[in-house]
Design a protein. Sequence first.
Length: 274
Amino acid sequence: MRRIRDNARWPSLPIPTMIRKLLPALLFCALPPQGHAQSAAAATAPAKDWTGYAGAGVIGYSKYVGGKGTGALPAPLLSFEYKETVYVDLLRAGVRFWSSDDKKMALGLAAEPRFGFKGSDGARLVGMAERRISVEAGPSFEWDTPLASLNLAYFGDITGASKGASLRGSVYKQVVDTPQWDVGPYAGFERLSGRVANYYFGVPMSEATIDRPAYQAGSSTHWMLGVSGAYKFGGGYALMFGVQNTRLTGSTAGSPIVETRNAKLGYIGLGWTL
């Protein structure tokens, strides 16, 4: 089953903190599987346990969702699956417990982090307490239709940061699939519960100032649009790339800590095909 290229949930929140906390695990996952260098005969085997890409590159990002500040940082770039059961797609990891006979539909569990911010991440955050990183997890449904690949997931905070939940959906369409190119656009949304929205976008009375009034953020929807892909050089190597824009709407967009309704992210790097 083709993975949904959604990070439509690449979290555009403090990437330096993200990389520092997740780098050991990501680097472990990025190690090529045993026997990756195969003979020509082995390469013609009818089935491959590992499929996808693994590599490293540079990420350009908004320092926090709603902030105008940007940065760049080297990071692992992972998008692969093992036996169509266990997968990592950028920052989402999951396992499929059930799939249809034709592998067009699947049910499973998935998880991904949501990143917060520190007061030093933007001018409108000065004096605010840190909003902690959380891990959100829950059931995920995938459906590979003739027109596009669909994904719907319901995630809850399992680390006690926001203590909230989110509903996420995405659609991905591979538009170029040749021996050299693998490119597809995607669109998605996430519906934040009031707890999640208020934890990351609200301003309690204790943090209010003349320029930053107290604010209670409610349930909101964020929209994502992007494209991801790879150019395969041959010899097992590929150039991996992607860009994404996240659009804030509703209550979160009206938060006094929001400088812009658009959060942007892009990445480019060198990897190998699995």
